[in-house]
Write a protein that binds this ligand. Structure first.
Ligand code: CFM
Length: 543
């Protein structure tokens, strides 16, 4: 296929082979970017069901709840109530790291807990076995908290996990709570994030009101410590003199969650997975939130300055600037060198619900161009910006997820800033409670594709031949068989961290190695090596 540069034509090509109805739907999920005045961008269809038969890269609701949001917390025993496969396949595959503070500190992450549901439970109910599993976990490990995650069959047979959790909480005297995060509950893992957020808010956040006297207290929301990213961010903040009360949920503990509402500012890193917690904490406790991004050295600089601007303290600002200057020295040297070899090369990013946006900053820093990008399961606001929230139509699938009604806490609602102060910050350019989304930052004429299919991926690779394709384990090897290197941006393959200044240097070097090696031009898929097909079949007509 000849290289074409008209993205509209390429869009047509991508959907050309689909049946009419499928093509019509995909046409709304594939958009040629066009940034207008006030950062207006075209509308994209997102967070809708994948058409059956299309190979999607999405995960399930259980994965979003158990794997993504709660998985990185080391001292909660997370029990999967369901068949063993659900537990097994969500067992540390995400490379979320943790660092217990001492040998006494619990760390259950290397374990996989499951009720191992069998036919017997499917037919006669699984509540008894769940009760036993909770008891056994308690007797063996004496954890501070136990969480229970429902898988598809649990919802189908109607086990009441919440009633079991309530009983066991009373019996054992520790926090036991459940999640109705059956895999089919939403159109993707995104529903699982929302369910996780709700239950954390209901059962955990706000249980410990002790206020740390530190003047600059923040929480980091939506940073899951993949490949050690949260460690890097923690180090930077510590150098700057900023106190981290809790991270949701990289390297976290249940005690940190319980105390999270005492921070003075929430910094939202992954907007998609955790903006609900940020909103609810603001409503109940008066803690404002800002969007940050620690992926990219320039983005890290910007985010640190945002935090400093919020606290508006001369000493803090000075310290932050000092850290930035020091760290940027090493960054600039490597960046310049790597840029000389990577400039102008093409990148594509199809990842989750925030990284396809954040990592474009890193590519920009070394002069690479993102020609196509998209999320697997994000919503329109992650593409077009939070300003579109009021115009998003709530469909039956979204209505399926509980929307908590949150009001100001009679005792613990303390607005950290007055309305006037917040307005002043906004006027000065520090957008509180805002997120512009991916599209306004992308060039015009680039392709934005929601929930990309395997077929479209293969077409894009053939048309653009990008220098690197960023995705996950499901795509990795088919992409590489087409002669294009694939960097996993979920797990970072075996590498990382990529966050902060040190992570940026690591990323530049990783990309340099990937896009400047020649081996990819020698790769030929087996079916392209042999002129003759390896297998042949004949259509036999039967009556
Ligand atoms: Fe947020 Fe994530 Fe992501 Fe996500 Fe994920 Fe992930 Fe991701 Mo994989 S919480 S939306 S559900 S940044 S596991 S750490 S890499 S798809 S882009």
């Amino acid at each position: 296929m000849a290289h074409q540069s008209d993205p509209l034509k390429i869009k047509e090509q991508l959907i050309q082979k689909y049946p009419t109805r499928v093509a019509r739907k995909r046409a709304q999920q594939i958009v040629v970017n066009n940034v207008g005045e006030n950062q207006a961008v075209p509308e994209i269809m997102a967070n809708v069901r994948t058409t059956p038969g299309i190979i999607t890269q999405r995960g399930c609701t259980y994965a979003g709840c158990k794997g993504v949001v709660l998985g990185p917390t080391r001292d909660i025993v997370n029990i999967t109530h369901g068949p063993i496969g659900c537990g097994f396949y969500s067992w540390l595959t995400r490379r979320n790291q943790t660092r217990p503070t001492s040998d006494e500190d619990h760390n259950f992450m290397p374990y996989c807990f499951s009720t191992d549901m069998q036919e017997d439970q499917i037919i006669f109910g699984g509540e008894k076995k769940l009760r036993q599993a909770i008891q056994e976990a308690y007797d063996t490990l004496k954890p501070k908290a136990i969480a229970v995650f429902s898988t598809c069959p649990v919802g189908l047979i109607g086990d009441d996990v919440h009633a079991v959790c309530r009983d066991m909480k009373e019996k054992l005297g520790i926090n036991v709570f459940g999640f109705s995060c059956e895999g089919y509950k939403g159109v993707s893992q995104s529903a699982g994030h929302h369910i996780a957020n709700n239950q954390l808010f209901k059962h955990v956040i706000g249980r410990n009101d002790t206020v740390n006297p530190h003047p600059f207290k923040i929480c980091m929301l939506g940073e899951y410590n993949i490949g050690g990213d949260a460690f890097v961010i923690d180090d930077i903040l510590e150098k700057c003199g900023i106190k981290m009360i809790a991270t949701f949920s990289g390297n976290s503990t249940i005690e940190k969650f319980e105390n999270a509402h005492t921070a003075d500012l929430n910094c939202v890193m992954c907007h998609r997975s955790i903006n609900y917690v940020a909103d609810m904490i603001e409503k109940k406790y008066g803690v404002p939130w800002i969007k940050v991004n620690f992926i990219g050295a320039d983005s890290t600089t910007k985010s640190l300055r945002k935090i400093a601007a919020y606290f508006d303290n001369a000493e803090l600002t000075e310290r932050v600037e000092k850290v930035i200057t020091e760290e940027m020295k090493a960054v600039s040297v490597v960046r310049k060198d790597v840029k000389s070899r990577c400039k102008g090369k093409l990148a594509m990013l199809f990842v989750g619900g925030s990284r396809a946006h954040h990592y474009q900053d890193l590519f920009n820093e070394i002069g690479m161009k993102t020609v196509a990008a998209g999320y697997e399961f994000a919503h329109r606001d992650d593409y077009e910006g939070r300003k579109v929230l009021p115009t998003i139509q709530v469909d039956a699938d979204s209505r399926n997820i509980e929307e908590l009604t949150v009001t100001a806490d009679p005792e613990n609602y303390h607005p950290r800033k007055t309305g006037e102060e917040l307005k002043k910050l906004n006027d000065e350019g520090l957008e509180v409670k805002g997120y512009d989304g991916m599209m306004p930052q992308m060039d015009n004429q680039t392709l934005v594709i929601d929930d990309i299919s395997q077929h479209e991926t293969e077409m894009l690779l053939e048309i653009y031949k990008p220098a690197v394709f960023c995705a996950g384990i499901k795509e990795k090897f088919t992409v590489q068989k087409s002669g294009v290197p694939c960097l996993q941006l979920h797990s970072y393959d075996y590498g990382g961290p990529f966050a902060g200044f040190k992570g940026a240097i690591n990323f530049y070097k990783t990309i340099d190695r990937i896009v400047n090696t020649h081996i990819w031009s020698y790769v030929k898929a087996p079916w392209r090596v042999n002129a003759q097909p390896l297998l042949e079949a004949e259509l036999v007509e039967t009556n």
